[in-house]
Design a protein around this ligand. Structure first.
Ligand SMILES: CCCCCCCC/C=C\CCCCCCCC(=O)N[C@@H](CO)[C@H](O)/C=C/CCCCCCCCCCCCC
Ligand SMILES: O=c1ccn([C@@H]2O[C@H](COP(=O)(O)OP(=O)(O)O[C@H]3OC[C@@H](O)[C@H](O)[C@H]3O)[C@@H](O)[C@H]2O)c(=O)[nH]1
Length: 404
């Protein structure tokens, strides 16, 4: 009898402990939502102020790693030639001279002879990260103290570089653009925009507000002297997630990190649900290897999963109807996400509210599914190569993978 009573009370205590934990986490996520909304409102899409006339704009070396082409590559690259910034050079880095991007680059260099450009072919193997290997020769030849690393799918507005440089205040060592997308047509494009404008933006903004290194390296402005102090970009060649390791190293040196006023306008010409899913899966694997706490926190921070646990906790602790709680939770989460994406878009979305609901629901189901299917397989495919990740984030090339 006494034993029954004791085991019952210890079960009750254990369940109460779990219920309290889920409830606290649930409250924490509303804090993340609100932080992201207020911070995005404060930080994004501010008018770019010009530097005072007596302060000349610093020169910027743009490193553009390219491998292969896509239907939007030419127009995306062209936006780098038409930026309104007084002093910059573009270093195109290509893996080999038969790369289909070579003729596009040559055509653009001919069309804009006044823009300072150089082309580096062949890269240099300094590690496993193919992007770093590709950029190494361009990095070594960089003329200017400021370096912008800009991925192939990125599109610039006329004042994007100006905006980024303006954010590189004294003490700031890294300015990055929060991933978002340029307006494109189709379901996959709407899905991508919804993901980058809600689930990812929420954590990205909250982490950056709290100065927790959370940086995706698709558009990164930094100082060459910092890279040099850390041994050059080759120091990060052993990682596939060179972006996060660089951000961490730089903040350990005491530099600040900030996001710029414009998000990154990703505009890859290949936009389909499968490649999007594969990219998310690659990123999940990187995150788990680099920040193992995401193994628990990431699925738990998903709307549908957290809602289920919080509904149970609410019914256990306060006898609230779990079905009603769950529905209200999902509705409130969606509304806050809708507010966030509209702030980041800074104008009307290129799809209807109905499409937003569909994409949002699809993403909310896709997110946990991608997560759980990714954790079982440590093999990572990135473009033409395959890698295996070790705990801590160091990668080994697995084998040459033939198909893209
Ligand atoms: C009650 C608070 C709960 C907070 C839970 C947070 C769980 C983390 C969930 C999702 C992580 C999303 C990360 C967003 C962007 C990452 C994109 C990405 O993977 N990029 C890689 C490739 O470029 C890159 O190498 C990795 C970058 C960053 C990974 C850092 C992960 C840790 C983020 C921690 C954020 C904590 C926020 C806390 C707010 C209170
Ligand atoms: O084999 C490769 C793969 C990629 N790259 C270049 O690296 C850049 C990013 O490649 P993708 O667009 O395929 O990949 P992602 O958008 O997922 O990259 C992102 O995640 C991984 C990080 O290391 C990157 O810094 C980040 O930008 C592109 O400019 C691409 O041309 C290479 O030069 N060689």
């Amino acid at each position: 009898m006494l034993l029954d009573y004791l085991s019952l009370s210890s079960l009750t205590y254990t369940l109460s402990g779990f219920a309290v934990f889920f409830f606290v986490f649930w409250f924490g996520m509303w804090f993340v939502h609100l932080t992201a909304i207020f911070y995005s409102k404060y930080k994004l899409h501010r008018k770019v102020p010009l530097l005072p006339q007596e302060m000349p704009y610093p020169g910027v070396t743009i490193l553009k790693p390219l491998t292969g082409t896509d239907p939007n590559l030419y127009s995306n690259l062209e936006t780098f030639f038409t930026m309104s910034y007084p002093k910059y050079e573009i270093c195109f880095c290509l893996e080999d001279d038969v790369d289909p991007a070579v003729p596009l680059v040559e055509k653009l260099c001919k069309k804009y002879p006044n823009v300072d450009t150089s082309v580096f072919i062949g890269g240099q193997v300094v590690g496993v990260n193919p992007k770093i290997n590709n950029m190494e020769p361009g990095y070594k030849a960089a003329k200017y103290e400021l370096i912008l690393i800009s991925d192939s799918g990125i599109r610039m507005k006329e004042d994007t570089l100006l905006d980024m440089v303006n954010h590189l205040k004294p003490g700031v060592g890294l300015v990055h653009q929060m991933p978002f997308t340029w307006d494109r047509k189709g379901f996959a494009a709407a899905l991508e925009k919804t993901y980058f404008g809600t689930a990812q933006a929420r954590i990205y903004l909250a982490a950056n507000f709290l100065q927790i290194p959370c940086h995706t390296g698709m558009s990164t402005l930094t100082r060459k002297s910092i890279f040099d102090e850390l041994g050059g970009i080759k120091t990060f060649g052993c990682y596939l997630a060179e972006d996060l390791f660089f951000a961490r190293a730089l903040s350990e040196l005491g530099w600040k990190i900030t996001i710029s006023g414009q998000p990154a306008w990703q505009n890859s010409g290949y936009c389909d649900v499968t490649s999007f899913r594969n990219r998310l899966s690659r990123w999940v694997k990187l995150r788990i290897a680099m920040a193992p706490f995401t193994l628990v926190c990431e699925p738990l921070s998903e709307c549908l999963i957290l809602g289920a646990f919080a509904s149970w906790a609410a019914s256990f602790l306060f006898q609230i109807d779990p079905a009603v709680f769950y529905l209200v939770h999902i509705l409130a989460w969606f509304l806050l996400d809708a507010i966030l994406i509209s702030i980041i878009q800074n104008g009307s979305l290129p799809f209807s509210k109905f499409h937003l609901i569909v994409c949002w629901l699809f993403r909310e189901v896709l997110g946990p599914w991608v997560f759980f299917t990714s954790i079982w397989n440590p093999v990572i495919k990135w473009r033409t190569r395959t890698y295996k990740l070790r705990w801590g984030g160091i990668a080994d090339e697995y084998k040459q993978y033939i198909d893209v």
